[in-house]
Design a protein around this ligand. Structure first.
Ligand SMILES: N[C@@H](CCC(=O)N[C@@H](CS)C(=O)NCC(=O)O)C(=O)O
Length: 254
């Protein structure tokens, strides 16, 4: 392995660095983050959307330090400490912020039980279909495998794209469905540059929807530079993260 995962750029940059600087004071909510991580960005967008007070702490999850493993035994970011209790898993955290801070708007899940279920259905779809197919596309080395993975990605995105009511997934209200997808939209320049992906080729208004997502303020506020540096190792299929290993082994993502 040419570049071990521990040697990643150490801190957030760009707009995200400004956001980090504003969130250094101790709070009852400590947000354990890795600036580069798309799963982290889901939770971070939610915090920023809702204006929840939090203390930002940068962690290098590849080091698996003892204190961090006590917070998340899986050793993955994002994770939080809330009033001394620990919680992790990006979608769980997005839901937790929605439930623990009911007075912080916007609400990101509909109040109607059916619509709430419907939103969760598509959140699940993103995690089970869009994220793994994109990751497989990034790590694929053989040209034939890359072509297959690109087709699978288009297929997964088209199924989703056809359900976007506009301007946001559920219609007028920006929701957790949009949040959970956004980090993969802001990173799709990697597959555009290296794997023949194109937003326009998805169709169904994908380019316009993607543009709305990537220019949303909470998304910009959690946005760093240097993603390309991180993805180099994935594009050569040399990354040793749990996600990279799972894709290589054909296992579900951690
Ligand atoms: N299912 C987890 C995935 C989190 C995850 O894989 N985070 C990566 C960074 S993007 C990590 O902490 N990796 C450390 C490792 O693989 O050892 C979630 O949704 O929060």
């Amino acid at each position: 392995m040419s570049i071990p995962d521990e040697k990643i750029h150490p801190v957030a940059t760009g707009r995200a660095a400004e956001t980090v600087a504003k969130h250094q004071e101790p709070q009852e909510l400590i947000f354990y983050s890795g600036w580069f991580c798309p799963f982290v960005q889901r939770a971070w967008i939610t915090l920023e959307e809702k204006g929840i007070p939090y203390q930002y702490k940068e962690v290098n999850p590849y080091k698996k330090e003892k204190h961090f493993l006590e917070i998340n035994p899986k050793g993955l970011v994002p994770a939080i400490e809330y009033k001394g209790e620990a919680l992790y898993e990006s979608v769980v955290l997005c839901e937790f912020f929605e439930d623990a801070y009911p007075d912080h708007t916007p609400r990101l899940l509909p109040q109607d039980p059916f619509k709430r279920g419907y939103a969760r259905l598509w959140i699940d779809y993103i995690s089970k279909n869009i994220v793994p197919t994109t990751q497989r596309l990034i790590q694929a080395q053989d040209p034939e495998k890359q072509r297959e993975a690109l087709e699978d990605s288009f297929k997964a995105l088209r199924t989703f794209a056809q359900q976007v009511k506009g301007p946001w997934f559920l219609g007028e209200e920006f929701s957790m469905v949009d949040v959970v997808l956004a980090p993969w939209i802001v990173r799709d320049y990697i597959i555009t540059e290296h794997r023949g992906f194109s937003r326009d080729a998805v169709g169904f208004g994908w380019s316009e929807y993607a543009h709305r997502l990537e220019t949303r303020d909470s998304v910009l506020a959690s946005q760093s530079e240097h993603y390309a540096e991180i993805y180099g190792r994935y594009l050569r299929d040399e990354a040793m993260s749990e996600v990279a290993k799972a894709i290589r082994a054909g296992r579900p993502l951690p």
